[in-house]
Design a protein around this ligand. Structure first.
Ligand SMILES: [Fe+2]
Length: 385
């Protein structure tokens, strides 16, 4: 007979190869990082506004004069497959050895998508669609240094890039083990100049990463420890944002919380909240961080019987019930002037059934421990209407 294992599996795996350097001032390590990579030909991916406002542009000036850096600074939020193809065409002849990506999730995802495509000869959007949904392609060899200027997407720690296909109303993941960044410099001081709204929406996205990773089918002791630390820090940070004297501390907590959430969901991926959010963003442009949070408390209710340790999760979230979580999230959103109901975003009630049918993203919805039916998803959409 097998000896009792006190609930610990005989064997499990946690893997994340990203070398993260975090804390205020960690951006200054960039030069050292480039030296360790022996970087010569560098592409810089950045958002034109966030790059300036985060203070990165000024901090990078001495480096820019020393290295040959080609800048790609027209990265839209929610990059479309057509944007990836356009930048692929511009970048492919440079033979870069290093990509520095400074920005929010869209910028980081763009750098990964360009690496995925860099050794391929892509001539059309259709060529690009072919590598999506498969790992059967060879990405380029560029090193990626990811430097997030928001605390939310977690893209600096994952091996996938989200790309949107607005023509076909779809959201894709380009997913390959070679797409893990080599380095992540997670410096909260780059987020000090963010607006309250962006800090809240990106923090809510990170909160969902932490909580969804907690209950995801692939979670284990190690990823759940990251989830709990992440969820707790993020909620503390979100609430500190509303106190002028705590603004920097708030962003330090959000940064470290998001880092923990990233380590958690890089292992597990996300679940029903993210699956339900994609059609809301595609159809109505609801910001990702808001769309994912709308359903968090409802999905928690369905997942209660499947939680590894309900007490631990509730303690991290400082709640006694799913309803408490809804109230905490609603209170944060209302103080930041963020609407939390579908009707606030021009959604028509007659469209809810059609939206429900679009919520079953493979790899996300079926990663939820409780398998929701279309009727249940429709019911949740009515609840948040
Ligand atoms: Fe997300």
């Amino acid at each position: 007979m097998e000896p009792p294992r006190n609930g610990v599996k005989a064997m499990d795996v946690y893997y994340n190869p990203v070398r993260a350097i975090w804390g205020p001032g960690s951006f200054a390590k960039l030069e050292e990082v480039l030296e360790s990579l022996s970087s010569k030909r560098i592409a810089l991916f950045c958002g034109s506004r966030s790059f300036k406002e985060s203070g990165c542009e000024e901090k990078l000036l001495p480096l820019i004069s020393r290295y040959k850096i080609v800048r790609f600074d027209r990265i839209p939020s929610h990059p479309d497959i057509s944007d990836v193809l356009e930048i692929h065409r511009q970048a492919k002849n440079y033979r870069f050895d290093t990509f520095i990506a400074i920005g929010g999730g869209s910028v980081l995802d763009m750098a990964k998508a360009i690496k995925a495509a860099s050794s391929l000869d892509l001539n059309s959007e259709e060529d690009l669609r072919k590598i999506i949904g498969t790992s059967d392609f060879q990405p380029g060899h560029e090193a990626i240094v990811a430097i997030p200027t928001t605390s939310g997407s977690g893209s600096e720690l994952t091996k996938w890039a989200t790309v949107w296909d607005k023509d076909n109303q779809k959201k894709y993941s380009i997913d390959h083990p070679a797409l893990y960044p080599d380095f992540a410099l997670v410096d909260p001081s780059l987020t000090y100049s963010l607006t309250l709204r962006t800090s809240v929406t990106s923090g809510l996205d990170a909160l969902c990463h932490a909580v969804e990773a907690y209950w995801a089918k692939e979670s284990n002791e190690c990823s759940r420890a990251f989830s709990l630390t992440g969820a707790s820090r993020i909620l503390v940070g979100l609430e500190q944002l509303f106190h002028q004297e705590l603004k920097e501390e708030a962003r330090n907590n959000l940064s470290l919380g998001s880092l923990n959430a990233g380590y958690a969901f890089s292992h597990t991926r996300t679940t029903a909240c993210h699956a339900m959010a994609y059609p809301l963003t595609l159809r109505y442009g609801i910001e990702h961080g808001i769309a994912v949070t709308m359903t968090l408390a409802s999905i928690l209710l369905y997942n209660l019987p499947y939680l590894n340790d309900q007490k631990a999760l509730f303690a991290a979230l400082k709640i006694d019930s799913p309803n408490d979580l809804q109230e905490r999230v609603n209170s944060i959103c209302s103080r930041a002037g963020i609407k939390t109901k579908l009707r606030d975003y021009g959604v028509n009630k007659e469209e809810l059934a059609a939206i429900a049918a679009e919520c079953f993203t493979k790899g996300r919805m079926d990663n939820n421990p409780y398998l929701l039916t279309v009727e249940e998803v429709n019911h949740i959409l009515h609840h948040i209407y």
